[in-house]
Design a protein around this ligand. Structure first.
Ligand SMILES: [Zn+2]
Length: 205
């Protein structure tokens, strides 16, 4: 089986509980420490097997790290690990998950070598919100329920639209946001837009 490690929780000594996102589910498994074992690190993609244990959670065994070149880039690795934490928070209470989450992450992992991390993750975030049916394209402020007909639109967590005045936050050019939501591409967003939009992504799904 393959999956992404979305959380590593140290228990006693060097043992840990590992949460892995696969194509079908979130696996919670126990990992005994062993010098000969390959390293379990938050964010890594691994191939692994599960050994069922009658009175305890399954054990994660025979792991193999599936590496990517960008793992050597500390900044990209940091952003990747930060992004994967959002998946844990979003999915921790479900067992069976749509393959969308794994597929989107897999695509990001393959492209991250050549692309800007924040832009890539913004595009992934939009894809997920769309698939979950949570992307609001109608321009009604979630705070006052009135239409947003100004040149700028402010966005809250999960890109919920709001008036700049209602949410007291600097907004974005509405046309650019429309284009981004439609195309799922960040080409026409400035670095400042990307920076500010990504701060919203970090608030969670
Ligand atoms: Zn409003």
């Amino acid at each position: 089986m393959q999956g992404f490690i979305i959380r590593v929780q140290k228990v006693r000594d060097e043992d840990c509980i590992v949460y892995i996102l696969t194509k079908q589910n979130i696996i919670r498994g126990y990992r005994f420490y062993g010098a000969r074992h390959s390293k379990i690190t938050h964010g890594y993609k691994i191939d692994f097997e599960l050994e069922e244990s009658p009175n305890f959670m399954p054990r994660i065994i025979n792991t193999m790290h599936l590496g990517f070149k960008w793992l050597l880039d500390r900044n990209k690795l940091f952003l990747w690990q930060e992004f994967l934490r959002l998946f844990y928070t979003h999915l921790k209470d479900v067992e069976d998950v749509d393959s969308l989450y794994f597929d989107v992450l897999d695509e990001c992992a393959k492209k991250l070598d050549k692309q800007n991390a924040k832009r890539l993750f913004l595009e992934a975030y939009i894809k997920i919100l769309k698939k979950e049916g949570r992307l609001h394209k109608e321009k009604f402020c979630f705070l006052c329920d009135e239409e947003i007909d100004s040149k700028n639109i402010a966005l809250a967590r999960a890109f919920l639209p709001a008036h700049e005045n209602c949410i007291n936050k600097k907004g974005f050019n509405t046309l650019k946001i429309d284009e981004f939501f439609e195309s799922e591409k960040t080409f026409n967003l400035s670095d400042d837009d990307v920076y500010r939009l990504y701060q919203i992504v970090l608030e969670g799904f």
